[in-house]
Ligand binder design. Sequence first.
Ligand SMILES: [Zn+2]
Length: 196
Amino acid sequence: MNPDCNLSNNVRFHTNYSMKTKKCRKCKQEKNIDCFGKYATAKDGLKPLCKECLNTEHREYHIRNKERDSQRGKEYRQKYPEKGAIYIQDRRTYRPKIHIVIRTRSRAKRLGIEFTITDKDFEIPTHCPILGIELCTTNHKLQDNSISIDRIDPTRGYVPGNVAIISNRANTIKNSGTADEHRKVADFIDKNMQKA
Ligand SMILES: [Zn+2]
């Protein structure tokens, strides 16, 4: 909220009128014209509601529609269950970065992990940077070569600079232990393979 809302000093004059204040149609308060958005076709060039009231209206409208839209979505998905699956499969195939962002964001929200990245913050390589296997974005079910988003430092969230796309296989292995544990397992395998 603009703290200067009810003050009439420092008025910025707009093009074709000289009024300094205007009464909001909703809250009925006489407010500085700076508190009103521009509206070219109105006689005074200003919107009838003050910015504060307009924000409230937009918020309420959004909340009303959110309930209505989620109900409509629910009914639609019940009526056409196959369409949702097709949509997600298309998204996964044709917009894999968007798919990863949407899927990971809801997972991060559920787990309380910070999430500030967008699809601009990572690239999908052709091959897994850890295992070198060719990556696939079109798998229906998670497979070894499916793409997977990795937090480089797992103590930090999905924030710019801390994510990389690797294979699902590499991610599974990586998340099952620390670097030190992996080194010990690898050393053990090497040592025993030599003996065998
Ligand atoms: Zn108002």
